[in-house]
Design a protein around this ligand. Structure first.
Ligand SMILES: [Zn+2]
Length: 241
């Protein structure tokens, strides 16, 4: 439904047309991701089935358990999940299921959610500061189990799947201050939000373009040039001038 690929099976479980006006009322330009726990031991598919078919306003975009992810509402529509008007109109709501059930199932569900969230962040060029709790939005103690176990711990799992821990350890950044020429015969050079192929493509340069290098970033994905107000390009496809 949202084009996310994170190594966990993702299934569409859309709201039926008759219920869309209530469950996903408005168009949305998402700004943050809100994490919830279901406060229930049911599996994700049962939660999805219940939400899309009932007549209450309460809804969410996605629900995750230990074996799968169910996407019910696309990220370009709103959902009613966080008890605050602004958040309900601008934030993606993700439920982690099984929060009152077996501890191992919940741990796996949280891990799957972290993989999914990391993939969303990378696809959008967002950092982990975009991930917040329901508690942040309205004060409700949710995601209760994730909070009990430690919010920063969950954020660290997300970071792990974004590759940030690894990148931080191995990254070096040095000043640029010079120009290079792109060399991609018959092709373009992609500009990305961050220094790696996992980051979203934001624009491109034609072969032979002269570009100014602000910073040089070296990480596990090689050497990347930071271009002012544009993004990052792989140094592999550039030559000195
Ligand atoms: Zn919640």
């Amino acid at each position: 439904m949202n084009g996310i690929n994170c190594g966990v099976p993702i299934y569409d479980f859309p709201v039926p047309n008759w219920n869309k006006g209530k469950k996903q009322t408005y168009a949305m330009n998402a700004e943050k991701i809100v994490i919830h726990n279901t406060y229930n031991s049911a599996k994700a598919k049962a939660e999805a089935s219940y939400m899309v078919g009932n007549s209450s306003w309460t809804s969410f975009h996605t629900v995750v358990d230990e074996s799968a992810i169910y996407e019910c509402i696309p990220f370009n529509r709103n959902a009613w999940h966080c008890g605050a008007t602004y958040g309900n109109r601008h934030y993606i709501g993700i439920e982690i299921a099984r929060s009152t059930g077996n501890a191992n199932d919940f741990a796996k569900a949280e891990e799957n959610c972290a993989k999914y969230v990391a993939a969303i962040l990378k696809a959008r060029g967002w950092n982990v500061d975009r991930v917040v709790t329901h508690q942040y939005c309205s004060g409700k103690y949710c995601p209760h189990k994730t909070l009990d176990l430690g919010w920063q711990r969950f954020i660290n799992i997300v970071k792990k799947y974004m590759g940030q821990t690894l990148v931080q350890v191995n990254t070096s950044v040095s000043r640029g201050g010079y120009s290079v020429m792109t060399k991609t015969p018959g092709d373009v050079l992609n500009v990305r939000m961050g220094p790696g192929v996992g980051y979203r493509k934001v624009s491109s340069y034609r072969d032979g373009s002269k570009i100014y290098v602000e910073e040089v970033v070296k990480n596990i994905e090689g050497t990347w040039y930071k271009i002012p107000r544009a993004g990052y390009v792989s140094a592999r496809y550039c030559v000195g001038i």
